[in-house]
Structures are given as C-alpha cells and as structure tokens.
Design a protein around this ligand. Sequence first.
Ligand code: S3P
Length: 427
Amino acid sequence: MSRTVARAAGPLWGSASVPGDKSIGHRALLLGALAEGTLNVRGLSDGQDVRSTRSCLEALGVRFEEGGRFLAVHGAGAAGLKAPARALDCGNSGSTMRFLMGVLAGQPFESELTGDASLSRRPMERVAAPLRAMGADITLSEGHAPVRLRGRRPLKGASYRLPVASAQVKTALLLAGLYADGETTVEDPFGTRDHTELMLAFLGADCRSDDGRVTVRPGALRSGKAMTVPGDPSSAAFLAAAAVLVPGSRLIIREVLLNPTRLGFFEALREMGAPVSWERGGLHGREVVGDVTAAHGRLKPCWLDAARVPGLVDEVPLLAVLCAFADGESRLEGLAELRVKESDRLAGTAAALTALGASARVDGDALVVAGPARWRPGRVETLGDHRLAMASAVAALAGAGPVELSDADCAAVSYPSFFDDVKGLGA
Ligand code: S3P
C-alpha cells in the first residue's frame, strides 16, 4: 500500500527501542533448531524475514512454543530434521534461503526452497557451488531459486576463500560444516558480520576464528540456555538518522547490538560530524550491547571506500540520504553487492534521491551525491524494498516531505512498527 510521509512537525525526542536484530534472530532459530535441548529466545524480531525462517523450520519438524516474553526453540538435534511435505517458502528473505541451503546440504532427504519475486532474482550460485564441492546435489534455475537439493551425510570438509563479501555465504558453509567428515574452513578477507561464529561457540560448537579464517568441526550443539536478541543496529540507524536531520532532536536508542562488524553506519555518521555516540553496556550471549545516542547536527560529506562497505552494507541507502543533506559532494565506493539485494539498491537509491530533487548518480560501482539538496515533494518507487522505503521516509521527515512511497508496507520485512515508532517519538 502507498503511504505519504510529511515533514516532521517537531523534533524527535526521548528514548526508543527497536526490534531484535534480524541477523541474530535467524541464527538463533536455526542453530537452536539444530541443537540438543531447548533454547529460550527473548526479543526476537517480529519482522517477516525472521517469521519465514521459523515457518520453514516448522515444516522441517522443529517445534516452537510461545511462553511469555520468550520463544522456546525445541531443538531437533543434528539428525532430527524431517523431510518437508512441500517446498519451503523463504518469502523475501535471502538469509533464510542461503542459511537453509547450508543446513539442507547435510540432510539425507530431498528438499526445495522457493521465494518471492525479489528473492527469485537474487544469486544463489555463490552458495550452491561451494556446497556442491562438499558433496551436495543442488539444482538452480539459471542461478536462481527455486533451489532443489539432495543432501548428503557426511559432506566433505572444505577449505574455501569467500570471493564476495557475504556473511550469508560464510554462514551457509559453516552450517554445512556441522555435517562434514572433518573440519571446514572459510577464509573471509572482508571482515563480514560474525554472528554465526559467536553463536556456534555460544552453543558449544568447536568453532574458532583466527586472522580472518573461521574453522568449524562437526559435532553436537547444546542449548538448554536462554538468550536475548539485542536491538537491530540496522533498524536503529533510521531513528538515529532522523534525529540527526530533524532540528532540535535528541534520541537514546536502548539495548542496541554493538558488534564491531555492524557499527560502520554510526562510525560514518560520526565522521560526518554528527553528534552520535554509543556506550557499551554488557553482553547478550557473546554479543556486545549498549545504548546509542543521536542528536541534530550539521553534516560534512562522506568519503567511503570499498573496504568499509561490509560494516554498513544494509545502511547504504540511508547513508546516501544523509549525504544529500551534507555540505558538499560525497562518494560511496565499492557498492556492487547492492545490485543484488532485495532490489537493485544502487539504482533504486539514486532514483529515489533524484525523484526528490537531490543530485545523485551511479558511477560504476560508486554512488556520488552532491549536497545539500534542493528538496521537492515527490513519489518514490520503493521497489518493495524495506530499506529503500524507510530511507526515503527519513528524507521526507527531514525536509523532502510530503513524499509518497509506492509501497510502505514492505518495512514490515525488518521493522513492522517503523512508522508508528517515528510518530510516537514526536514526528
Ligand atoms: C546478512 C548478511 C548481509 C546482509 C543481510 C543479512 C546476514 O548479506 O545484507 O541483510 O545476516 O548474514 P550478504 O551476506 O549477502 O552481504
């Protein structure tokens, strides 16, 4: 459904919290499902992507039980998954599909993974090829879903260097490694997010990281534990950005994940001169958590080199919006992976900014944004992409509004209460 977002009538003020981290939510459900015992998970995201992981696992015979503020994941154990009666629908979620490819590669049955139109356009060969080398039989349709798998147990242990900066590919191989006949090593020269490694260790797996190389050995995972999912920094980023852009604002966002592999957006914002800070509060499992504070401030342009993209890969559309408010020209480099996200986010971000009067152009794999924009009201094609919708909403609140978003409901993929939360903070 389309939605029109007006300029903020006043500052955003007070304290806020955001849904549980999406990346950790997927991993908690999946690894809890493969473990022996029950994993009690608090603060799980209610976004559609995490729901997709849950419903696929239910179709594989995993039992979940709602209990107060916890969701109990009753682990099936390494060998306990059942052949599904029908194709597993991963919805819009690339993580669900790629992580399940890793798990299903090691199951002694056939399965099929499908997704929506966006997911069916995303590249799956990057996961299928190394899993085939480990012994799984995987068929794609010209590199895309539907994914048909015939698993094998044991798989062959592998040593693999990531050719693209993808924590999803790394995770798929580490999960397959749990079903291998020996150790599996993934070399990650990009420093992608490390939640899988941390959660495998939390659940007792023999998983070690050293100098960009992660090694996992087959063996049982054991839960019998409780964990709280920290707030999603990729969702907190939208609130922080709105606070930086709307005059007079000041927000504290509580209990946000502060894993160093996920802080790239806040670091870039601080380098642009924004009054943004974060304070380490403690650990949830093995993940660092704390509060993020953001207040209104003027922005300098941003120069982002490719090596920093994995630390803020999902926040690039939002960073580009901030660049359009900065004094001068910004250049964000190394954005090729954005072309294969939920939409072509490189083209989609440039088009959204241009539709609202900003100067933005794609230059090879880079995005060049000249600020400050001369905003004008307009309509943005969100391409059904949650991050494009919310980034455009922030542009609207901060000066471009009223802005019509062609599809705003897609925010529910990661942050169902986004529009209500922004209103509740005074905008
Ligand atoms: C994710 C990794 C990233 C990110 C996605 C979640 C994860 O994808 O964009 O939203 O949880 O591992 P890639 O690994 O494909 O870059």
